[in-house]
Design a protein around this ligand. Sequence first.
Ligand code: HEC
Length: 153
Amino acid sequence: MRMFRNVMATGLAAGMLMAVGVVQAADDPIATRQAIMSSVGAAAGLGGGMMKGEVAYSPVAGKAAIAAMNAAASSFGSFFPDGSNTGNTGATEAVWDNSEGFAAEIAKFSAATEKAMAAAGKAGPADLDAFKAAMGPVFGTCKSCHETYRKKN
Ligand code: HEC
């Protein structure tokens, strides 16, 4: 029951983020892309927690984590217009200086999440091993992109 509530909350939060995205997309691309990445971070927290055994595994929660990342992979790249390199952003200049390289990282993220979606099926990965196999490559893409395109704190 507790897990079920968590999953509902995750879905609700994702829905709210999307609503915020629609309102802010036009005038605040930085806040929008950060909201998208924030939902990726939350999905990584849920997925990583299950992989480490800190959160009980459930296929529906696995699917929620994968689907959130997949949606992020297909929208994230749309919120880096020229001029949004300054201000309150964690993105490095490399996003604009090497836009092809950045696009390639997004394509990797997208391919990995698409593959995970296919492996997850409708109900979500059947067990933790299947979830790990689907999610492992997705996690690899975070570091690969952040290394060059996200500022280090
Ligand atoms: C294609 C590149 C790319 C990939 C892949 C990527 N990120 Fe990011 N991420 C970024 C960039 C760029 C920022 C900074 C955005 C900004 O502040 O404008 C960021 C910011 C973040 C943030 C901070 C969000 C905030 O609230 O400001 C978190 C958390 C995060 N990423 C987690 C992840 C995780 C977890 C993954 C993998 C599952 C991932 N990212 C994959 C590029 C990427």
